[in-house]
Design a protein around this ligand. Structure first.
Ligand SMILES: [Zn+2]
Ligand SMILES: [Zn+2]
Length: 389
């Protein structure tokens, strides 16, 4: 089943002024099934998933089986933050093998590592090395940068604590690169509106879990980070920042009120929705009913939300929280369900276009967006994927 009908537009990336196509004018078809008691069912796009080949076999098969069972047309996969260096190549390989089902974001290993290892102050060499790594990721065919980390709690064994303020100079540079080429940044960041003692969160999540041999345990206090997020967002308005995991809140601070305020103030802020079992600030209540505050929020910003399950395959296959994402879509009015389910994902992640270098190595070399259906024709006359050198 193919949901995206392609046009033949060819868009030039002008220096300093990226021309954006009105993606929603592109014809889109999808499977929409009427079911009893289930008024509309949309084949959705999961904008945030992981396939971890380094640990276990069968991740691709598990992901495809879940996608078919859940009506997930396409999944955007990316290396988990500081997971395994090999993940960067794995996700590219999977997307190349199944171009209709997977696309990938890159940098979860490379770019987070460079941020964590950067000298303070950041040297010109560190900036240049970071930028060339980011461009290399786009030349691999990545559709964005992810999964990047602002604040990542350690919640179980082997799950590291990672922290970097989103206004770090390398994050600001990444925003400039993302803006220049029109690709999004996928950012994992626990919401911290104030410095927060770890022990105050023991009741709502496993953040107080400790293991004597853990290499990177949680600190006693987590740093406030909303100020730095807003600096990142306002640094370059052309950079689309996807603050992932809305609805999965480990601080009880990612409230509807906070998200509404940030979405109002920052037109380049997007979010994807993730369910786990915790009810803290999530869209569905304990009875599975859509909370009115969330419906109002999505209704107020209908173009800013997508679904991003954050499922890790093969481990998460069959988890009971996976169908909750569809339950949310089924409770949205049809117009919002289509936007949150797939239309927003197509636009935010440029899913029907490809960034290429047209006539590389010549004086006429030009970085352009082309329609995905014309990619092979461009490659056949010597063009290359990603920005020109
Ligand atoms: Zn994450
Ligand atoms: Zn993730």
């Amino acid at each position: 089943m193919q949901i995206i009908k392609l046009s033949t537009k060819c868009i030039t990336v002008a220096t300093g002024a990226l021309a954006l196509v009105a993606l929603l004018s592109v014809p889109v078809t999808t499977r929409i099934l009427a079911q009893e008691g289930n008024p509309i069912e949309v084949a959705y796009i999961d904008t945030h998933g992981h396939i971890e080949l380094a640990f276990e076999e069968g991740g691709v098969e598990a992901a495809l089986a879940t996608m078919d069972a859940e009506g997930i047309q396409q999944m955007l996969i990316m290396p988990v933050p500081l997971g395994q260096e090999a993940d960067e190549d794995d996700v590219a390989g999977i997307a190349a093998q199944y171009p209709d089902r997977f696309a990938f974001l890159g940098g979860g290993w490379t770019l987070n590592s460079k941020i964590q290892d950067a000298p303070d102050p950041v040297s010109p060499e560190a900036l240049a090395s970071f930028e060339s790594a980011a461009l290399e990721i786009l030349r691999q065919g990545a559709i964005g940068f992810g999964e990047m980390v602002g604040e990542h709690f350690s919640l179980r064994r082997g799950h590291p604590y990672i922290s970097a303020q989103p206004d770090h100079p390398l994050f600001l540079r990444l925003a400039d690169i993302a803006a220049r080429y029109g690709v999004p940044i996928d950012l994992h960041m626990e919401a911290l509106t104030e410095n927060t003692p770890r022990d105050s969160l023991c009741e709502i999540t496993t953040v107080c879990w400790t293991h004597p041999r853990e290499t990177n345990p949680n600190p006693a206090t987590f740093p406030e980070n909303i100020t730095a997020l807003e600096t990142l967002l306002s640094h370059n308005r052309r950079a689309r920042i996807v603050w992932v995991h809305a609805g999965w809140d480990n601080t009880d601070q990612r409230t509807v009120k906070l998200m509404r305020r940030l979405l109002e103030d920052h037109p380049n802020l997007y979010m994807n929705i993730k369910f786990r079992r915790s009810l803290t600030n999530r869209p569905l209540d304990g009875a599975g009913q859509l909370r009115s505050g969330w419906l109002d929020l999505i209704r107020s910003f209908p173009d800013r939300f997508t679904i991003g399950t954050d499922a890790k395959y093969p481990a998460d296959q069959g988890e009971d929280w996976i169908p909750l994402h569809r339950e949310l879509l089924n409770q949205l009015p049809p117009d919002l369900a289509r936007k949150v389910g797939y239309l927003n994902a197509i636009r935010i992640y440029n899913l029907n276009q490809r960034l290429i270098c047209h006539r590389p190595g010549t004086r006429a070399a030009q970085t352009i967006w082309v329609d995905a259906s014309s990619l092979n024709a461009h490659l056949a006359h010597g063009d290359s994927v990603g920005p020109c050198g």
